[in-house]
Ligand binder design. Structure first.
Ligand SMILES: Nc1ncnc2c1ncn2[C@@H]1O[C@H](COP(=O)(O)OP(=O)(O)OP(=O)(O)O)[C@@H](O)[C@H]1O
Length: 226
């Protein structure tokens, strides 16, 4: 359960979030909004990458500003640009790197890495240089490297921006099948059909919050009038 209470955020003088209150317990939550509306700032707060200027964010009762380490074990974060997330030379090494702080035997670690690579269709690339993967495969690798740690929540900030429609749909299907709660920030509205809840952010405020058809309708009308 993610609880966002009275959250404001400013970068210097610029107010980016201006009073957000949300309780997110649904398995599949989408966040949409215009460029610069504050979506990424809000998403980053969910695992303590950004802390609120005022107000509070808790995950399973843990305040992200005070218990960042414990929160980050629960909340995995996928960035828009997978290149920014790849840290090791090969695909398997990159996924294994995520497990460096977990006390696992070599066999346990190899099993976890092998399992996640198989699930993401990357097993045959295990020993390939990560930077030579296609954009879609890199995005899958970034997801695999986060999910191998078995977080309870996955926050994905525009994880399909680099992808063609086929790969974007594949990633969204994969996100839809996860056991974890997923919070997805996206501009690709069609990907959110069938999700439980869509929150629309505009100029740092929640302006719609409900089932996808309703929220996305409000968002589209908003974009036409601005
Ligand atoms: N680290 C930062 N320092 C200063 N300003 C920032 C920083 N990060 C974001 N901003 C500004 O805050 C505003 C909101 O940015 P944010 O990335 O949260 O919006 P967004 O809704 O995710 O946008 P987009 O859809 O374009 O990714 C923007 O005006 C942005 O320039």
């Amino acid at each position: 359960m993610i609880v966002i209470e009275g959250v404001h955020h400013a970068y210097g003088e610029r107010q980016v979030l201006r009073g957000i209150d949300l309780e997110l317990s649904e398995p599949r939550v989408g966040i949409v909004g215009a460029n610069g509306s504050g979506k990424s700032t809000l998403a980053r707060m969910l695992n303590g990458l950004v802390t609120p200027t005022s107000g509070k964010v808790t995950v399973d009762g843990l305040d992200v500003a005070r218990h960042g380490g414990a929160v980050r074990k629960r909340v995995g974060f996928v960035f828009p640009d997978p290149d920014a997330q790849i840290v090791m030379p090969t695909v398997a090494e990159d996924v294994a790197f995520s497990l460096r702080r977990q006390k696992l035997s070599t066999q346990e670690r190899d099993e976890r890495v092998g399992g996640v690579l198989a699930r993401f269709g990357l097993a045959e690339h295990a020993d390939h240089p990560a930077h030579l993967l296609s954009s879609g495969q890199k995005q899958l690798l970034a997801l695999a490297a986060v999910l191998v740690t078995e977080p309870t929540v996955l926050v994905a900030d525009e994880p399909t921006t680099l992808l063609d429609l086929r790969n974007a749909r594949a990633i969204t299907r994969l996100l839809g099948d996860l056991d974890q709660q997923v919070v997805l920030v996206t501009h690709q509205l069609s990907l959110l059909a069938g999700w439980d809840r869509v929150v629309v952010i505009d100029d740092g405020l929640v302006v719609a919050d409900g089932p996808p058809a309703e929220s996305l309708g409000t968002y589209q009308r908003l974009m036409e009038t601005q």
